[in-house]
Design a protein around this ligand. Structure first.
Ligand code: SF4
Length: 474
């Protein structure tokens, strides 16, 4: 068992509890930095040569061993705006306003399906947003049926959707289930009425309970809760209640996100400031309280901010070494080519990233005129790909084998990251990282600093003119 093995829960409780982080370390490392849901990160995307990009996509059609596809559909509509929201979404009262959008999504699939071989196996489908259950039942039915008509969904595919428990209906849940959706994710955030009121997301714990009960009564056992810490009015007491209620409802997977306060990008977040945002020490206390309760309740800590029952696919992916991280956070299915559909969606196919137009109008005009909706992206060179693997290994496993990376990419990995390893020295001295014998390993005490560790290996970060693009690492 290594220091980074999530099965060593006693060690986690002894050493990785963020409540034990010395204040000096919090001050030293609470800088702004990326969450590495891609590498290079999205702020570094720019204009790309579409012929080159689609050429690289076509090459993937002929791979001897096809890793398969992951489809992501972005539904950028919500009924009301939560004050902490950092997503690409638009507020609409009338769900019928999204009917043309569904039509356009299917048209975009037809366009992309002329480039990417449709016979490639689809191993994941995810609907995110915004709020996928903003769609009218008839639109949802049309969309899910349209995906099945266009792509070859593998028998054991993971089909998931993010749901708003305040608004999802039984009819919508049954449509998802009838189309084989086997993992549903509820945006819970917190159960405390005062916290929910502060962030303008009033929701009754009973609503969450009713959705969970309905899903279970229909045989859907893989249920995810999204929780968030770092909001006004949260403290150790609300954290204990959040954990207790979560344990009572028993989802198989939990994402406990650190609220990203970036009001220069999302001005509506400013409204949270007068209510008092917890500082880094209180955030660590809140996170530690929830994490400890979940671990004692039988959940394994996975990566930076997830927890899973040992039989959940995410835990299995961790043990099989296929845990992945992308724009949806930690997921299963490392190596899949991700195709994103919808305004602002980001695809990651082989050595490319590409993002659709973020404006609804620009995206719609491109799709309706059978043009590519991609407006920016990144073409990775072999060193980028190697660094991406390095950062992924650290984020997913808290350890990386530099020699294995050298063999995989045919590059001298230790040589290329020599200067980065030197810059790790302060973190090694602080006991956050160990380095030697061609391995870099984040210690249990270093886990809360994983973003800082990965920033050391990011060869674009120093060129970043706008540190304020990112949220605080702690
Ligand atoms: S439901 Fe989600 S996407 Fe919609 S406003 Fe709230 S946080 Fe943002």
């Amino acid at each position: 068992m290594t220091d980074s093995d999530p099965r060593d829960l006693d060690a986690w409780l002894r050493s990785a509890d963020p409540r034990r982080i010395p204040a000096g370390l919090i001050e030293k490392y609470a800088v702004r930095g990326p969450r590495y849901t891609s590498y290079p990160t999205a702020p570094h995307f720019g204009a790309v040569d579409l012929d080159e990009l689609y050429g690289r996509w076509r090459e993937r059609n002929a791979l001897a061993e096809d890793p398969g596809l992951s489809l992501y559909l972005h539904i950028p509509f919500c009924r009301t705006l939560c004050r902490f929201c950092g997503c690409h979404t638009h507020i609409r009262r009338d769900p019928a306003r999204a009917t043309p959008y569904v039509h356009d999504l299917l048209a975009e699939m037809d366009f992309v399906g002329s480039i990417v071989e449709r016979a490639r196996p689809v191993r994941q489908v995810a609907l995110g947003g915004g709020t996928p259950n903003f769609l009218l039942p008839a639109d949802l039915e049309r969309l899910l049926g349209g995906i099945e008509e266009r792509w070859r969904i593998a028998r054991d595919a993971e089909l998931s959707a993010e749901l708003d428990p305040r608004t999802v209906t039984r009819e919508q849940l049954d449509i998802f289930l009838a189309h084989g959706f086997n993992r549903l994710s509820l945006g819970v955030q917190d159960f405390d009425p005062r916290v929910l009121e502060a962030v303008r997301r009033t929701q009754d714990g009973l609503q969450v309970e009713a959705v969970v009960d309905h899903l279970r009564s229909r045989g859907c056992m893989e249920i995810n809760f999204d929780l968030i810490y770092g909001l006004p009015r949260q403290d150790e007491d609300t954290a204990a209640s959040m954990a207790a209620k979560t344990l009572e409802l028993g989802p198989t997977r939990i994402a406990l996100y650190n609220y990203a306060h970036v009001p220069w990008l999302k001005p509506h977040q400013k409204k949270l400031e007068p209510l008092g945002l917890p500082d880094a020490a209180l955030k660590a206390a809140i996170q530690g309280t929830v994490a400890e309760a979940l671990i004692k309740g039988g959940y394994l800590p996975i990566g930076m901010d997830h927890f899973a029952r040992p039989d959940d696919r995410l835990a299995r992916a961790f043990f099989e070494g296929t845990l992945h991280r992308n724009f949806m956070g930690y997921t299963t299915g490392r190596g899949l080519d991700q195709l994103a559909f919808g305004a602002s969606g980001i695809s990651g196919v082989g050595s490319t990233y590409a993002q659709d137009d973020r404006t609804l109008e620009g995206w719609r005009d491109a799709v309706r005129s059978s043009r590519s909706a991609l407006v920016r992206g990144f073409l990775l060179d072999p060193e980028d790909e190697m660094r991406r693997d390095l950062i992924l290994d650290l984020f997913c496993n808290f350890a990386v084998d530099l020699s294995a990376l050298s063999s995989r990419w045919g590059l001298d990995c230790p040589g290329l990251v020599e200067a980065d390893l030197e810059r790790l020295e302060p973190m090694i001295r602080d006991g956050l990282v160990r380095e030697g014998d061609g391995r870099v390993e984040v210690t249990l005490e270093g886990r809360p600093f994983i973003r800082n560790v990965c920033m050391t290996f990011d060869r674009y970060l120093e060129q970043d003119p706008a540190e304020r693009r990112y949220s605080r690492t702690l």
